[in-house]
Design a protein around this ligand. Sequence first.
Ligand code: FAD
Length: 598
Amino acid sequence: MNEAEIQRQKEIKEAEELLFTGPQALGFAKGLFLGRFVADWAMPYPRVPAAQQAELESSLAEVREFLDQNLDPVAIDRAADIPRQLIDGLAQVGVLGMTAPKEYGGRGFSQRAYCKILEEIGARCASTSVFTNAHHSIGIRALLLFGTREQKQKWLPALVTGQQLAAFALTEKEAGSDAANVQTQATPSEDGTHYILNGEKRYITNAAIAQVLTVMARTPVPGTDKTAITAFLVTPDMPGFEMLEGRMEKLGIRGTATGRFAMRDMAVPKENILGPLGKGLKVALTVLDFGRTTFGACCTGAAKTCLRLAVEHANTRRQFKKTLGDFDLVKKKIGRMAADLYAMEAMTAVTASLIDRGLEDYMIETAMLKVFTTDRLWEAVNDAFQIHGGSAYFNDSPLERMLRDARINQIGEGSNEVLTSFIALVGMRGPGMEFKEIHDTMFNPSRGLGKAWTAGMNRLGAAVKVPSVPVKSESLRSQASQLGRLVWRFNLSVNRALITYREPVMDMQLVQERIAGAAMEMFASACVISRLDADLQRVGRNGETAAGSHRAADLFLRQSFHRIRRFLSELTDNEDKALLVTANSVLGKDNPASPNGR
Ligand SMILES: Cc1cc2nc3c(=O)[nH]c(=O)nc-3n(C[C@H](O)[C@H](O)[C@H](O)COP(=O)(O)OP(=O)(O)OC[C@H]3O[C@@H](n4cnc5c(N)ncnc54)[C@H](O)[C@@H]3O)c2cc1C
């Protein structure tokens, strides 16, 4: 094995330890890759339980009224600050501790209900929604999930009531997308009571205003010369904590205080360790599952604002003696925005419900939600901007701010490229392992042909059977069966890619992008069918007429199925080779010996 291969094997082993510990339930995404439609992960469409509905409605009304009266996104952007008064007000209406248990002063809301609240904030001001996310969705999340009873009693009450604010500090110079490469060291003190932290963190939201920071640092693995990441609760009053830059000047979400800080020989009591020693990366990734769900909610809210602004303008601005909304190229944008919005909302609701139901391992689904909603919001902002023409370009336009604000979404909490690759690789692991089982047994029959037979039949079964997509509404049967056929075709394409490329597929990101893209569209379509089915059933019961949103859902399914087909056909019909050769030549990485340009 050469050095690169040894390194690769090491990385795979690390990722496997991190992501695949314990028996894995067959979730929706993993099911897709095996040609199955795991319906109960997406259907029936999750509703907030009746008992919580009244509380949610009253909270929503209270939050809306508060935001309408007190939130000024323009002033926040201009001053590059969220006023303390607003933060206190958000705390008073419960936003800063909404999902925390009532015994610690929170409201005990489900993730699904909390997403509805964050959608409201996201619709108005991205600075405020990112601040809230950093505090609640990721800042106190590790404490909520992994804190001991003592830790929760000690830290949570002040945090959920907003007397103290939280931040989540993972990123460093060497650990951006490569989150596992944290270099901050935490060395146990000689008497074993403390850990001494040394290192620097950067790009940390709320760093300058937080009183409690969840910090990831490397601790020694006892009995070895290795280190592993551990999560620590840190307070900025600890000697050795130094704020290097509290508010880094930036393009968008300017109201948030994004900072960088150093820890120099900073003693942190061992009681401040969150979760198991050496399992900080697992803590971080679990926390980010929650963050990515509320990301989806905030993007949905912002996309609603884009659509509203686009419609208002298209219906009022006249050119060529017509309103802009009379032109098909404007309608194209508005129709697509409405369709995507229906899907963003459905996907957020379904993904949040996976968390609420306590299902196991929804990392692929939260990654899909994050990539899908952030990409679609970016398109929505861009389209709304275009419809507004020159007027969007000036500083008094909300779209000018929204465009700047939306850009972070595709980078933060896992860049969309890294997550796209993750979705494909983790998803393909299921069928990949079955192929490996068949392959290994064929070349080593002493392992027993029974296993290979079972795996082979599983592959074959999936390959010949179109999964059923159960719907109650007669009018949805055709779309449901189209989706079932696409799942079947997707599985064939994944199998073909695995057989054709074998292990090198781990590095073939253009293949991964199409596989992940198709999987994401299928998840989105399943959520849309689930939501539309529930809507249609309600319409049937109440005698309502079909709403415009149903047309948006129908359009989404048509466009999404089209995109899935394109992703799959481009797996074999593409210009990848020429693209890679060109990029390599521009990058100065020419290697004529390489057959596919890599
Ligand atoms: C405003 C803001 C707020 C933030 N808040 C927080 C916070 O509260 N806490 C925190 O811990 N971090 C925070 N971050 C950090 C954020 O999570 C990182 O910026 C992000 O993880 C990307 O890391 P990086 O910036 O170092 O980019 P890099 O890792 O250098 O990546 C740059 C680009 O390279 C590409 N790329 C990287 N790896 C791959 C790959 N494997 N395959 C294909 N393409 C790849 C992607 O396009 C990526 O965007 C924040 C960042 C910003 C800008």
